[in-house]
Design a protein around this ligand. Structure first.
Ligand code: GCU
Ligand code: CA
Length: 134
């Protein structure tokens, strides 16, 4: 769709390092935040018009516990503790789907770790206008 875009973690604000030591990532790497509450990363997502976007956040969680993250858009909390469930290996990837309100133009989409594990490793964020097919 006209609204479909990919935002790579290496082009976003990653608190931590952009790593490439596990296979299966897109682009040059993925964001690896420190293991602590409040660790975060932020994407700047562009929308043609105000409305609702579906976000697909590709992540890996090779630990044995969820890596819950609070989701905020333009500074406002949209959803608490999005799970980012474990998927067995750091080289296995899954997508967490999120629906967010956006304004026309630039929007800050922030994930903030809710637990001491920090965030899952994050590869990219895809957007699509809610209701669009790919
Ligand atoms: C390991 C892994 C990292 C991951 C980290 C974590 O160190 O190599 O890629 O980010 O665990 O627990 O967050
Ligand atoms: Ca980490």
């Amino acid at each position: 769709s006209a609204q479909a875009s990919r935002y790579e973690a290496e082009d976003a604000a990653c608190e931590g390092t952009v790593d490439s030591n596990y296979a299966g990532f897109s682009g040059r790497g993925f964001c690896n935040t420190p293991n602590r509450v409040g660790a975060r990363m932020e994407f700047t997502v562009h929308a043609e018009t105000a409305g609702t976007l579906t976000l697909g956040v590709k992540y890996a969680n090779g630990s044995t516990a969820a890596r819950p993250a609070d989701l905020s858009v333009n500074g406002a909390l949209v959803r608490s503790a999005v799970a980012f469930e474990p998927i067995g290996a750091w080289s296995s990837w899954a997508v967490e789907n999120l629906t967010v309100p956006v304004r026309a133009g630039a929007n800050t989409v922030r994930l903030t770790a809710a637990t001491a594990g920090g965030l899952a490793n994050i590869d990219y964020l895809d957007t699509a206008r809610a209701g669009d097919s790919a």
